[in-house]
Design a protein. Structure first.
Length: 325
């Protein structure tokens, strides 16, 4: 029996790539009574409703997480929240920093406050590898949001609401992925642009990401930051798998872009435990009586980075992966 049986779940950013996959997963693999989709784009909601079809389990809310009062209305009667709404384009954030702050930080605090007031039982917030040792505005806002959600447990526990965070790398096949662009360029005989030929990235399928989020929601106690143990890949290997005969054109790194990604910093390693297929980063301050999990403690001072990862996807692995998306 699952905690989600006969419950109400709300997904912020529910019309994004992961939100759509979460809706499909919940409809097909759970006994959730009600799924509320909260997003600000009426066209995306319209298209998704047409794609899914009418279903009595679904509720559709147009709203922005910047709007606290609208969140309070949408969260009425909700048991669980998956917070996926965010502004995410790295270069856009460098040019429009305050807009990212309003959504990713102030909007996240609105989600926290509205969830506590509504009596939500659990909330899991989605983070990004760019939030670890951030060098761009997007990563800095997501790191701040991560800390807001973890720290919220210091006062929310007495209300019965707990918060945790899930952090993972690039999602293969999601909206904004470079793969469709590369396929299009290769089909027209053009070279594939790569910012730096040395670049590495963590990568996870959207199905794996959904399962990891749902598992984390089930097992969380509040205050954990969950990180999956996933493979890295070289961007040149991905390009070769997408278009084996295409030329590669090194175009230089974009503003705020990292050569390699990181999901757990060296400073955070002393608070990190490996449990099965995931790392658990424990909170810096935990006044609600948090107990560290039983697992293998990560070596102190060792960061979890894409270029030093011990798990790698080969070109063949990537090609097999691409046939499934």
């Amino acid at each position: 029996m699952s905690q989600l049986d006969n419950s109400s779940v709300l997904i912020t950013g529910g019309t994004g790539s992961l939100g759509r996959a979460l809706i499909k997963y919940l409809m097909e693999n759970s006994k959730v009574r009600r799924i509320a989709i909260y997003s600000r784009d009426e066209l995306k909601q319209h298209n998704l409703r047409n794609e899914i079809g009418e279903n009595e389990r679904l509720r559709w809310f147009i709203g922005d997480i910047r709007d606290l009062e609208r969140l309070k209305r949408a969260l009425h009667g909700v048991d669980f929240v998956i917070h996926a709404a965010a502004l995410k384009q790295v270069d856009t954030g460098e040019y429009n920093p305050m807009e990212f702050i309003k959504t990713n930080i102030l909007g996240s605090q609105n989600v926290i406050d509205a969830s506590i007031e509504a009596g939500v039982k659990k909330l899991v917030a989605l983070s990004t590898d760019k939030a670890s040792s951030p060098i761009n505005l997007y990563g800095a806002t997501k790191l701040t949001a991560d800390k807001l959600f973890v720290a919220a447990n210091n006062y929310s526990h007495s209300y019965g609401t707990t918060f945790s965070v899930v952090r993972y790398g690039n999602v293969m096949g999601s909206r904004g992925s470079v793969i469709p662009l590369w396929k299009s360029l290769a089909d027209s005989g053009q070279p594939l642009p790569i910012t730096d030929l040395r670049m590495t990235r963590f990568w996870i399928s959207i199905e794996q990401a959904v399962r990891f989020v749902m598992e984390s929601l089930e097992i969380m106690h509040g205050g954990e930051l969950y990180v999956p143990r996933i493979p890295s890949m070289r961007i040149v290997d991905l390009a070769s798998a997408v278009a084996p005969d295409a030329q590669l054109e090194e175009v230089g790194m974009r503003p705020g872009e990292k050569l390699h990604e990181e999901m757990i910093s060296a400073d955070d390693s002393r608070r990190t435990f490996l449990i099965g297929d995931r790392y658990v980063v424990t909170p810096v301050v935990a006044e609600w009586g948090y107990k560290s999990p039983k697992g293998t403690q990560m070596p102190e001072g060792v960061a979890y980075q894409s270029q030093t990862n011990d798990l790698w996807m080969s070109k063949e692995d990537i090609r097999n992966f691409l046939t499934e998306i």
